[in-house]
Structures are given as structure tokens and as C-alpha cells.
Design a protein around this ligand. Sequence first.
Ligand SMILES: NC(=O)c1ccc[n+]([C@@H]2O[C@H](COP(=O)([O-])OP(=O)(O)OC[C@H]3O[C@@H](n4cnc5c(N)ncnc54)[C@H](O)[C@@H]3O)[C@@H](O)[C@H]2O)c1
Length: 254
Amino acid sequence: MGTLDGKVVLITGTGGGLGRVAALAFAREGARVVGADLQIDANDETVDLVRRAGGEMTGLAPVDLTDPEQVRQLVEDAVAAYGGLDVVYNNAAALRFGPMPGFSVEDWRATIIGELDIPFYVSKFAWPHLVRRGGGVIVNAASMAGMIAGEVPPMVAHAAANAGIIGMTRQLALEGAPDGIRVVAVSPGPILTPASERDLGDNQAARDAITGKTMVRRFARPEEVAELVVFLASDRAAYITGANYPVDGGATAW
Ligand SMILES: NC(=O)c1ccc[n+]([C@@H]2O[C@H](COP(=O)([O-])OP(=O)(O)OC[C@H]3O[C@@H](n4cnc5c(N)ncnc54)[C@H](O)[C@@H]3O)[C@@H](O)[C@H]2O)c1
């Protein structure tokens, strides 16, 4: 028996590093997963991996989550796929890095939309369905960048957006509690995914600068984040809401 047997879970960004691993972890625990992404091929690959592992998943792509109308439709399609909705994992994000004062207004807006608007839109349109179900859970992917400043790379919009996600999480938890909706945030430190592995390449100086802030001096594996997300989404975490959980190898503790 899985900890999420019978639950319907919408995960955004299932074509990406963490979203794919989360889809596998949720499905392993018995959830029926609906996964959305902008990228068709990468999302299809995740669906294939989940099904080959014996899990249940429906893929919806391409969906541009920065467009509220597409998000509204996505949520309707997700609800139709398995007849309801219990959990939302707001994982998808698109962001840009760069130093001040050259960081452009366009880069700022793209990051705020890509990191803060997306989870708001998905939460907004999923909300009535969670209420209809008698309650549910929203897990928001934030970042340690929402809690402390970061030197490498420079990240003014990323820091602002993730502090915003943590604040939004608290507020949604307060407003959702009367309807049985729990809302929590998970704030990872640096995670090694296929994308970050490719971006960092053989730049050992950048790798050392990033992991040097962690106490454990290494990147996280996506599984080390996904397992907490799965727990928070389950009924075992019934007393947890409004909280933000760092999974950062100790980076925010010193
Ligand atoms: N990787 C890290 O080191 C790290 C650290 C802290 C927090 N996080 C957070 O974890 C989450 C997942 O990160 P990741 O490393 O797996 O990222 P990723 O870039 O590998 O995956 C993100 C996915 O979201 C999708 N996406 C982006 N914009 C979209 C849009 N407009 N519409 C639909 N899909 C869209 C992308 O196509 C991609 O598949 C993000 O919220 C990120 O901020 C990651």
C-alpha cells in the first residue's frame, strides 16, 4: 500500500529534472499523476518512465503555464483525467540570472512571471476543485534563494520571486485551512539535474562556489527533495501547513 493511494496529483514541469523524479516518486506511492510541461518530448519521456515503472500518469503538453487561460484549461483537463484533484505540486519554473545593475527589466519580469505567477495561476484554478474534494494539498517549490542571498550566480529576481513563493504559501495556508486545504513550501539548495549538470559542465570553480555554502559540500540529488514533497502531500503530514522546509544540506543554517 502506498502513502498516496487513490490521490490525484497535478505536477507542473514534469519534463524537467525535479518534476520527472517527483512524478516517479508520487506514482510509486500509488498516486495517479497528471504532469504538464511546455516541452512535449521531455514530458512524454516522463510518462513513459512512470508507466514502465508500473505507475499511472497522464501527460498534458504543450502547456504554457505563464498564460492564465492555458492554466485554467490544464486544470480542467487534469480534473477530467481521473475525476478530481487532491494534490498540486507547483514545480515548474523559468528563471534568469544576472548581476546588478545590468539585469534588464525584461529579465526581471520574465523571472517573476516564470517563478511567481505560475504557481499563483495553478493554485487559483485548482482551488475550487480541492474545495469540492473536501480539501487537499498544495506544495510549492521555492528555493533557499528565498531565504538567504546568493553570490553565485547573481540572482536578484530569483531571490525576490522565491521569497514571494514562501510568503504566498503562508497566506494560502491561512485562507485554505477552513476548507481543509494545506499549503506548504519546499526550499531546495543546489540540486544536480541533467540541466544543471549540462550548464555547469567542467566549471569546477562554479561547482565549488555553489556547494561551498552547504554544510555537506555537495549538490542534492533530485530524489532527496522529491521524497519530502511526497511526504508533505500525504495524509501523514496532516498537521503541517503554512511551513517552509529547507532541503539544502545546511546552507541556510549558517
Ligand atoms: N535545480 C536546482 O538546483 C533548484 C534549486 C532550488 C529550487 N529549484 C526549484 O525546483 C523546481 C524544478 O527545478 P528543475 O531544476 O527541475 O528545473 P528544470 O528547468 O529542469 O525543469 C523545469 C520544467 O518546467 C518547465 N517549464 C518552464 N516554464 C514553463 C512554462 N511556462 N510552461 C510549462 N512548463 C514550463 C520546463 O519546460 C521544465 O521541464 C523549480 O521551481 C526550481 O526553482 C531548483
